[in-house]
Design a protein around this ligand. Structure first.
Ligand code: NAD
Length: 254
């Protein structure tokens, strides 16, 4: 079973659908967009998959614990966690409020911490299920190219993603003896709600494309395909890695 946070739209929705197409039972976490979560559920059903929708704010410890308990009750076990939920709230550094800082850090950094801890505890308790996998569990963080590329006006976002990268590496090292694989995918520009104000305008698209050597803006499925691979036994020797799935965006100096 795979649990994807923030799976009612965009990249999380794409990953949940693709993982279901590959045969995983899915837990689709959503925050407020119930309609979007139901769309994900429909697409999973069309793929012949099983799915549980769970409303939870990933930044709230009690809600995360309750979500994992519900997932376990429904499917008996958790094999894969995709820490995808994330937000952006732009503000110049001289103007940013503590509230704008905390909102993004709580969702993008504390949320993945709470979910990773809940998942890792489950993985360790259960150990390696030799018949179905070579690892005891897998955690995938959806970070961003902005875990290494600075981005003025978004110190809350870049700091959260830089933190996610170091959390991933630390967990990969600490949990490797328990046979838990931990990796990140760092997307470049992907067409989703988070950046719709940019890619929906001609000017915005041109600005985005000027930073992408490969010459196209990414789609959620570009990330989903890589997530499926990372979660599979094909990637059994991969841990502590960040895969930049960005059409070459990180090749340019910032
Ligand atoms: P999106 O806005 O479509 O998806 C974000 C999801 O997170 C939404 O479904 C939202 O409801 C959910 N969410 C927000 N706060 C939550 C909370 N407290 N608890 C649970 N869920 C919550 O945008 P997206 O682009 O699909 O974003 C997914 C991830 O990809 C984010 O972490 C984002 O930072 C990252 N990312 C996106 C891009 C891009 O270009 N789209 C690039 C780099 C990284």
């Amino acid at each position: 079973m795979a649990l994807v946070t923030g799976a009612s739209s965009g990249i999380g929705q794409g990953i949940a659908i693709r993982m279901a197409q590959e045969g995983a039972h899915m837990v689709v976490n959503y925050y407020s967009d119930e309609e979007g979560a139901q769309d994900t559920q429909k697409a999973i059903a069309q793929a012949g998959g099983k799915c549980l929708l769970v409303k939870a704010d990933v930044s709230k410890e009690a809600e995360v614990e309750a979500m994992f308990a519900q997932a376990k009750k429904e499917f008996g076990t958790v094999d894969i966690l995709v820490n995808n939920a994330g937000i952006q709230e732009d503000a110049d550094f001289l103007e940013i409020t503590l509230e704008q800082w905390e909102k993004v850090i709580n969702t993008n950094l504390t949320g993945p911490f709470l979910c990773a801890r809940a998942a890792a505890r489950e993985f360790v308790k259960r150990g390696v299920k030799k018949k179905t996998s070579t690892a005891a569990g897998k955690i995938i963080f959806i970070s961003s190219v902005h875990d290494i590329i600075p981005w003025g006006g978004r110190v809350n976002y870049t700091t959260s993603k830089g933190g996610v990268m170091m959390m991933m590496k630390t967990l990969a090292q600490e949990l490797a003896p328990q046979k838990i694989r931990v990796n990140s995918i760092s997307p470049g520009a992907i067409k989703t709600d988070i950046n719709k104000d940019e890619w929906k305008t001609k000017e915005g698209r041109e600005q985005m494309l000027s930073q992408i050597p490969y010459g196209r803006i990414g789609e959620p499925d570009d990330i989903a395909k890589v997530a499926v691979w990372l979660a599979s036994d094909e990637a059994d020797y991969v841990t502590g890695a960040t895969l930049y799935v960005d059409g070459g965006m990180t090749l340019y100096p910032s």
